[in-house]
Design a protein around this ligand. Structure first.
Ligand code: ZN
Length: 400
C-alpha cells in the first residue's frame, strides 16, 4: 500500500489504524473563492485516505498535508444567506444563552468564528462581550449594535492566545479542519485552567450519518478529521473535560457537544458515547456503499444528459466540489452541469477550485431553464423549490 498509515491516532495515540476509504487527487480547498478559471484549475491537489482508529473510533485523513492549507479572507464558508440555516442559528443562540445563563458581564470566546455571525448574534441577544478568532474574518461584514463589546483576531487559535479568558468557549465547524485534534482540545482545556465554571460548546459535522448513508460528497480534503458522538466524547474526556450533553441537529447532520472542565480525564457517562462497535460495522461497509451511490448518481446524470436535459447544481460549497470531483463532471468530457448556483452573493462570478466551473446566482437559472437540479443538501430542498418557483421554474429535483 502506498503511503504508510500513521503510527498513531491523533486523538488517542493508539497504533491500531485501519485505512478504509481512498480518493486520489482532490482540490485541497473547496471554499476558497478563485477569481479566474485558470487559478481554479491550477489549484493544489491532495489525496484522501481515511484511517479509522480501532481504539477510539476517530477517523482522519492520514494523507493530509497542512502545507496545502490556504485559509484567508478569500475563504467563503458562510451559510447565513439561507433562511433554513438562520433558523438553526436562532435555535442554537436561544438554547445556549438560556442553558448557560449568558448575559452582561460575561465573555464568550469563539475559536474559528468565520465571518462572526454566530458570535455577533450571541452577544447582541445576551448582552455578553465576545472575542472571535479566525484568519478568514472580514471586519467590513460586521454591522452590529454590540460592536463595542466585540473584538476579533484575524489569526489561527494557538498557544499564544492561551491568555484569553472567557466564561463560555465555543467552536463551531472548525475541529474538522484541524489535524492534531488532541493537542487542540487539550489547548482549549489548558486555556481554561482552574476556572471550572467555564462552559464549552463544540459543533461539527456528524460522521455517523455520512457512514450510514455512504455520503461521499461529505468527505473532502479541507475536512481532515471526522467524529461520531462517541469518538468526540472520548477525545474530550481524555483531554480533561466532563461531557455533559451530546446530541445531533439539522436532520442529524451536525453533532453538538457541551462540556465542563474537569480536574483529570473523565469516564464515559452518556449512553450515546457507546458507539465504537456500531461505527466499526459502518466503516467496514462504507467503501462498498459509496461505490453504489456513485454508480446510481452517475446513472441519473447520464440519463438526463442522454435526454438532452439541461442541469444545474444548487450549492457551491465543499459538498459540490467533492461531488464534481468524485463523479468526474467536467467541461473536458462534456458532462459538466449547465450552472453551479449559490445564494451567497459573495460567491457569484467566482470559480470552483479543481473543476474551474463558475458560480452564478439563482437569477441565472431563468435563462438556462434547467430540467433537473441536483441539490447538494436535502435540508434546503423546500427553500430551493420556492426560489425556483419564484422564477417560474419547476425542474425535477434530485436532493442528496
Ligand atoms: Zn484513537
Amino acid at each position: 500500500m502506498p503511503g504508510a498509515a500513521p503510527v498513531s491516532c491523533s486523538a488517542c495515540g493508539a497504533a491500531d489504524i485501519q485505512i478504509f476509504y481512498r480518493v486520489k487527487d482532490v482540490p485541497a480547498h473547496s471554499c476558497l473563492m478563485m477569481s479566474s478559471r485558470e487559478e481554479a484549475l491550477a489549484f493544489p491537489r491532495g489525496d484522501i485516505e481515511l484511517g479509522f482508529c480501532r481504539g477510539c473510533g476517530f477517523i482522519g485523513n492520514v494523507r493530509f498535508d497542512p502545507a496545502l492549507e490556504r485559509y484567508s479572507a478569500a475563504y467563503e464558508e458562510t451559510q447565513a444567506f439561507s433562511p433554513r440555516f438562520l433558523k438553526l442559528l436562532d435555535e442554537v443562540w436561544d438554547d445556549q444563552i438560556e442553558r448557560f445563563g449568558l448575559g452582561p458581564g460575561m465573555t464568550a470566546l469563539e475559536i474559528g468564528c468565520g465571518k462572526g455571525e454566530f458570535l455577533v448574534g450571541l452577544c447582541e441577544r445576551s448582552g455578553c462581550a465576545g472575542i472571535g478568532i479566525d484568519p478568514g474574518y472580514r471586519p467590513e461584514r460586521t454591522r452590529s449594535r454590540a460592536a463595542g463589546r466585540l473584538s476579533f483576531i484575524r489569526d489561527f487559535y494557538g498557544p499564544k492566545y492561551a491568555h484569553l479568558q472567557a466564561d463560555y468557549v465555543c467552536c463551531r465547524h472548525t475541529l474538522e479542519h484541524i489535524a492534531p485534534v488532541f493537542d487542540f482540545v487539550r489547548l482549549v482545556r489548558e486555556t481554561i485552567g482552574d476556572r471550572r465554571h467555564v462552559k464549552v460548546y463544540f459543533e461539527l459535522p456528524d460522521m455517523e450519518r455520512v457512514l450510514q448513508q455512504g455520503a461521499f460528497w461529505d468527505i473532502y480534503y479541507e475536512h481532515c478529521t471526522y467524529f461520531t458522538r462517541g469518538s468526540l466524547a472520548r477525545l474530550f474526556r481524555a483531554s480533561g473535560f466532563d461531557v455533559k450533553r451530546l446530541y445531533k441537529v439539522y436532520d442529524d447532520q451536525y453533532l453538538m457537544l457541551e462540556a465542563e472542565p474537569a480536574a483529570a480525564p473523565t469516564e464515559p457517562a452518556l449512553p450515546q458515547e457507546d458507539d465504537l462497535e456500531s461505527t466499526t460495522a459502518l466503516v467496514a461497509k462504507f467503501a462498498r456503499q459509496v461505490n453504489e451511490r456513485v454508480q446510481s448518481l452517475s446513472n441519473t446524470i447520464a440519463r438526463h444528459h442522454a435526454a438532452g436535459h439541461r442541469s444545474a447544481i444548487w450549492g457551491s460549497g465543499s459538498k459540490c466540489v467533492s461531488l464534481i470531483s468524485a463523479l468526474g463532471l467536467s467541461a473536458g468530457n462534456g458532462s459538466e452541469p449547465g450552472a453551479i448556483v449559490d445564494i451567497n452573493p459573495h460567491k457569484h462570478g467566482k470559480f470552483l477550485a479543481g473543476s474551474g466551473l463558475q458560480i452564478v446566482g439563482p437569477d441565472a437559472l431563468g435563462k438556462l431553464r434547467p430540467e433537473v437540479v441536483l441539490i447538494m443538501n436535502s435540508i434546503y430542498t423546500e427553500e430551493i423549490r420556492h426560489e425556483l418557483a419564484a422564477r417560474g421554474l419547476e425542474p425535477h429535483l434530485v436532493p442528496l
